[in-house]
Design a protein around this ligand. Structure first.
Ligand SMILES: *Cc1c(COP(=O)(O)O)cnc(C)c1O
Length: 383
């Protein structure tokens, strides 16, 4: 028996995915790291002297957590937030020992020692998580850091008011724990005038006064634009760094970060009456030239997002349904022969922003970015 055949099936299939070359890829995702850095600087200006973290959960909103965090670190960002322990452990490897990395969802019961080993700051969301972290500190034989999240009115994560009161009345509650941050999250920060924001801010004020004295944090991207009273000691933007508009009612104050281009696989002339794609939901009424591109719903382009691609300011509407791996475009508006196999058209870029693409899909820019698939050639520019 040779060595290879002794390996288990799972060992043999655990081949690391090779990066996809530009030539082989069906689509190209360009991520402008200098735009991310500029967006961080713009938020810093808004914040005056207040510290600014980087939220890089879900692999940096789908754009590459390690690459994004490294770019932010060059701007002086020293505090990062992820959602999961595994994301934090990867980021710790990428960034080294220095930056603080907080796990927003807290630590799953039984995983505390893994969080200690990766030197992750946990976000404590409940009295149960607090007790487990206290026990972890005792086992580790040293003090551990933690952020305490309180629920100021979103009813999603964080200690409820009654829990904060109970913890505050227990002199042993924080034994072995250094509280490095008290935080909460806004439910309606993108609705600037909504009274829920001020209600949450006042409840945050009330709850944090019962907890150990520590720097405070309330604002996500949109929260930064609610004004100084929401800034506290640390802001936690994610979306705005990636070019999503944090002020949906107004012009986007951020730079675009992402460009998505797909390759044409083939073109064809179609005559009147031809049906296109699954279900033939489109029939040709006049002759046209169609191009099939190598991008579909498996790449994160929602099936219901019937929209268009762009080539040099010319709009190329989708024809028929979005397939798993392809979409058919009407390219009749271009001179015959202008586009051929291998040429690129644009799906996200200056003419169709992330927020506009989201609008076509009936969703938000956050979901578009985090859905972007893993079959693209990823090109990081200005790193
Ligand atoms: C995701 C998240 C953020 C970042 O929010 P954006 O709207 O992307 O700026 C900040 N804080 C918490 C608790 C989050 O879950």
């Amino acid at each position: 028996m040779n060595g290879a055949s002794k390996k288990s099936l799972s060992e043999r299939v655990a081949v690391k995915a090779a990066p996809i070359s530009e030539a082989a890829a069906g689509a190209i995702l360009t991520i402008d790291l200098s735009a991310i850095r500029e967006n961080y600087r713009r938020l810093k200006v808004r914040l005056g002297g207040v510290n600014c973290a980087g939220v890089v959960k879900a692999d940096g909103y789908g754009l590459g957590g390690a690459q994004v965090a490294a770019a932010l670190a060059t701007e002086g960002c020293a505090i990062f937030f992820v959602a999961h322990l595994a994301e934090g452990a990867l980021l710790r490897q990428a960034l080294g020992a220095r930056p603080a990395i907080y796990v927003l969802n807290g630590i799953q019961p039984g995983a505390e020692s893994e969080a200690v080993a990766a030197e992750l700051g946990v976000v404590i969301n409940s009295a149960g998580q607090l007790a487990a972290w206290r026990a972890a500190a005792q086992r580790a034989g040293r003090r551990l850091k933690a952020a305490i999240q309180v629920d100021s009115g979103m009813s999603r994560l964080g200690m409820a008011a009654a829990e904060v009161e109970a913890v505050a009345a227990d002199p042993q509650a924080f034994d072995g724990i250094d509280v490095t941050l008290v935080m909460s999250h806004l439910a309606r920060a993108d609705e600037r005038e909504h009274p829920a924001n001020e209600q949450q801010r006042l409840e945050f004020e009330r709850l944090r006064m019962m907890l150990p004295k520590a720097p405070a944090s309330l604002a996500n991207s949109s929260g930064i634009f609610l004004g100084q009273s929401f800034h506290y000691d640390l802001a936690r933007p994610g979306a705005a760094l990636y070019g999503i508009n944090p002020t949906p009612a107004q012009e986007n104050p951020m730079l675009p970060v992402v460009r998505l281009q797909a390759k044409i696989i083939q073109t064809r002339s179609l005559d009147r009456g031809a049906g296109i794609g699954y279900g033939h939901i489109f029939h040709v009424t006049d002759s046209l030239i169609a191009a099939t591109i190598s991008l579909g719903y498996a790449d994160g382009w929602h099936r219901r997002a019937a929209s268009a691609a762009w080539f040099e300011n010319v709009r190329l509407p989708f024809l028929g349904r979005v397939s798993m791996d392809s979409i058919v475009l009407d390219i009749s508006a271009l001179p015959p022969g202008r586009l051929k196999a291998g040429d690129l058209v644009e799906l996200i870029g200056p003419l169709q922003t992330v927020d506009q693409a989201a609008g076509h899909a009936g969703t938000i820019g956050y979901e578009i970015l985090t859905s972007l698939g893993n079959r693209f050639h990823r090109r990081y520019v200005n790193g």
